[in-house]
Write a protein of this length. Structure first.
Length: 87
């Protein structure tokens, strides 16, 4: 298994960075340069786009059930539930 990433595809590093900043991106807490970077990445990367959609759903659910402030582990729990029920 020694596949090198294709020239114009998103790299693993890009994915990690995008996912790391996803919550901030959804909360509009990122500087616009970083937001642009993530938005670009989501156009290129279906995997991260899926995660983005999921995360947005989770935020929505959590918001409905708990108001604006939700503990991180609740988000994680809901996210895990959504992922499990998906397959
Ligand atoms: Zn990605």
């Amino acid at each position: 298994m020694s596949t090198t990433p294709a020239g114009d595809g998103p790299s693993q590093d890009d994915c990690e960075q995008a996912l790391e900043q996803l919550h901030q991106f959804l909360d509009h807490e990122l500087p616009s340069a970083d937001s642009d970077h993530i938005r670009d990445h989501l156009h290129l990367c279906e995997q991260c786009l899926d995660t983005y959609d999921l995360t947005q759903q989770v935020k929505d659910l959590v918001h409905k059930h708990c108001g604006s402030a939700a503990p991180d582990d609740l988000r994680t729990k809901v996210l895990r539930t959504l992922r499990t029920s998906d397959s």
